[in-house]
Design a protein around this ligand. Structure first.
Ligand SMILES: *[C@@H]1O[C@H](CO)[C@@H](O)[C@H](O)[C@H]1NC(C)=O
Ligand SMILES: *[C@@H]1O[C@H](CO)[C@@H](O)[C@H](O)[C@H]1NC(C)=O
Ligand SMILES: *[C@@H]1O[C@H](CO)[C@@H](O)[C@H](O)[C@H]1NC(C)=O
Ligand SMILES: *[C@@H]1O[C@H](CO)[C@@H](O)[C@H](O)[C@H]1NC(C)=O
Length: 587
């Protein structure tokens, strides 16, 4: 509990909402386990503002804190508030001042040991899975295109900003109003209407771009939706990192109990990989102690370490020596493909920086830092970018990890108050791809110099013990290992075909997109990237910068991406994965 980032005071802001019809088609309460809300204090309404705009339709005569919180969670809100013995409200911001705790003195109808505010006084609870919102600006809203707003099931975005002047509406004014209200979704419609929401209403569908054809009343060079059509925007920073139904990245069979105070990610370090394992005649028994010991790291709460657009890296395992440092590097390098896949244009270009950072870790591991090889030392020198938060608290537990036996955990630092989910994921494979980057002198690509600098995702040993021996291989394109595609030994060429396709898609989405002349922001730019797949063995010069000039037209970029794809399928046709990943943890 102590490790939870409790945002002490509730965020107060007055949303520009007048006449709210927020009760259209509410979503059901959240029935899945979720991190409990944290009590924020007692708040009062002033000046006729609604403290929280969404009023629950659930009866108040048996209301409890748990019921109200579940309803707010299910509907995507950050705050839950209870007033007058059990009327439940939800909202993104708390539009009123904190008042003396003693003013929240009415017991809840459904549980007399809980407080349900007072007369126009609210007991407010906060979902701890949101990021702090202070730094979010209208620049953080990404356009989602044109969407319908003509469903019989209610509006796409529920909160109409009727205090924003329709005659002078611009996109910026609408985004600002939604941002002030803490709303992740914003939309403009019919030239002069502005809507905000925490979720997109049921029945909202993508519409042809041409449907959004009405100029904004306040700036005719912008489009403000159309007839029953919204220009929709989202600020991911204002959405919960763990919405209802969220599953922690690694939980194996021991799922967290609903009332647990922490979710946990676990990941592990590589075994002692002695590089002298080439031609040994007498095989050492498979169960060497070196490959069975590993360290799992519990991250509280699981959050973003490095942020690129819509993507957040999964926190690297803690390290304190060369070996565990190498594990963190592997973990980092295996995350890069997921960045390219998920970050979204244009921030995806920053994924190159993330790859460089991974390469820096490998250099760091080998640099014999005077202060000792530690994650905190490295983070001090090269802090993660794009994210305002400090690295999350990590708790390290040493366990014995073998696929079949239950780990007799030798706990070195027992976590004080957190629940740890035991995991069968161990250790981290090195990011050595079984698939080959194709070469083509005509187009200029080859190993170490893929089109646009965008590498193939890694296909290597599966890091989940449960999958052995049926699926020894895995394509690392998702932070959640369970969501990555896994392959049997006979499926290696399919795995590489998938990796070729993934690279092709990233090539088109990132490189060709960057070569478009229209915005002209990236065309002609030089992208540099270090080789993050290579562990900088002993020397600091290994991770040299490679540079790629994005100087194709969109058409010729796509031609190159396609050519690389076709070549990629060709060279990887016969991949068998023979001798690779012979047993769990042996790689
Ligand atoms: C009533 O609330 C208290 C305090 O939150 C809780 O410990 C208890 O389990 C609740 N009782 C019921 C019946 O929900
Ligand atoms: C959305 O609408 C569909 C189709 O009418 C329905 O099946 C589904 O339950 C609705 N979802 C919610 C959350 O209301
Ligand atoms: C009108 O919108 C265009 C396009 O977004 C922008 O470049 C311009 O600065 C805006 N003009 C005013 C007066 O806000
Ligand atoms: C693009 O850049 C590369 C590397 O800088 C260069 O070799 C090539 O000639 C350039 N192509 C065009 C069309 O400018």
């Amino acid at each position: 509990m102590a490790a939870l980032r409790t945002m002490a005071a509730a965020m107060a802001a007055v949303a520009l909402v007048g006449n709210v019809q927020a009760t259209e088609r509410p979503l059901p309460p959240c029935l899945d386990p979720f991190q409990p809300f944290v009590y924020s204090g007692c708040f009062g309404e002033t000046g006729g503002n609604q403290l929280l705009p969404y009023r629950s339709q659930s009866p108040s005569d048996d209301m409890t804190v748990e019921k109200c919180v579940a309803e707010c969670k299910g509907n995507g809100y950050r705050y839950a508030g209870l007033v007058y013995y059990g009327v439940c409200y939800c909202g993104q911001t708390v539009n009123g001042p904190q008042v003396d705790e003693g003013q929240c003195s009415f017991p809840c109808n459904g549980n007399k040991t809980e407080m349900c505010g007072g007369n126009s006084i609210f007991s407010v609870y906060q979902d701890p899975t949101f990021l702090p919102a202070e730094d979010v600006t209208i620049e953080d809203y990404d356009p989602l295109g044109c969407w319908t707003d003509d469903s019989s099931m209610g509006r796409a975005l529920v909160y109409r900003q009727d205090k924003v002047d329709g005659a002078s509406l611009t996109t910026e004014k609408c985004l600002q109003a939604c941002r002030d209200g803490g709303f992740p979704f914003a939309g403009t419609e019919f030239g002069g209407e502005c809507y905000c929401g925490v979720v997109i209403g049921n029945g909202t569908n993508a519409a042809p771009t041409g449907d959004c054809n009405m100029p904004c009343n306040g700036n005719s060079s912008q489009t403000c939706g159309g007839r029953s059509r919204l220009n929709l925007f989202v600020a991911h920073e204002l959405l919960s990192l763990e919405p209802c139904g969220y599953e922690p990245p690694v939980s194996s069979s021991t799922t967290l109990p609903p009332s647990s105070t922490s979710s946990s990610t676990s990941s592990t370090y590589p075994p002692i990989t002695s590089t002298t394992t080439t031609t040994s005649t007498s095989k050492t028994p498979a169960t060497t102690t070196s490959s069975s010991a590993c360290v799992s790291t519990t991250v509280v709460p699981p959050t973003c370490e490095w942020k690129c657009g819509k993507w957040c890296s999964s926190p690297l395992p803690d390290w304190d020596d060369d070996k565990t440092c190498k594990g963190a590097w592997s973990n980092c390098a295996l995350q890069v493909a997921s960045c390219f896949k998920h970050a979204g244009w244009p921030d995806v270009v920053d994924c190159f920086d993330f790859g460089d950072w991974c390469a820096d870790i490998s250099q760091y591991c080998n640099s014999k830092p005077s202060g000792g090889c530690r994650k905190s030392d490295f983070f001090g020198k090269k802090p993660p970018k794009g994210h305002p938060n400090k690295p999350p608290t990590t708790i390290t537990i040493t366990t014995t990890c073998k696929p079949t036996t239950t780990p007799p955990a030798t706990t070195s630092k027992p976590p004080a108050t957190t629940t740890t989910s035991s995991t069968t994921k161990c250790p981290i494979p090195t990011p050595t791809n079984i698939c080959t980057q194709p070469s083509n002198p005509h187009y200029g690509y080859g190993p170490g110099k893929p089109v646009g600098g965008i590498e193939m995702p890694v296909v290597t040993c599966n890091d989940l013990a449960d999958d052995w021996p049926a699926y020894p291989f895995k394509q690392y394109t998702d932070l959640d290992s369970r969501k990555c595609k896994k392959y049997p030994r006979s499926g290696c060429s399919n795995a590489c075909a998938d990796a070729c396709k993934e690279q092709y898609e990233d090539c088109v989405d990132v490189y060709a997109e960057g070569c478009k002349t229209k915005p002209g922001r990236h065309r002609g730019r030089e992208v540099t990237s270090k080789n993050y797949f290579e562990f900088a063995a002993g020397s600091a010069s290994k991770a040299e910068k490679r540079s790629f000039r994005w100087n194709d037209s969109w058409e010729s970029a796509v031609v190159k991406c396609k050519a690389q794809y076709v070549d990629c399928l060709k060279v990887n046709k016969g991949v068998t994965g023979a001798k690779k990943c012979p047993g769990f943890g042996e790689w």
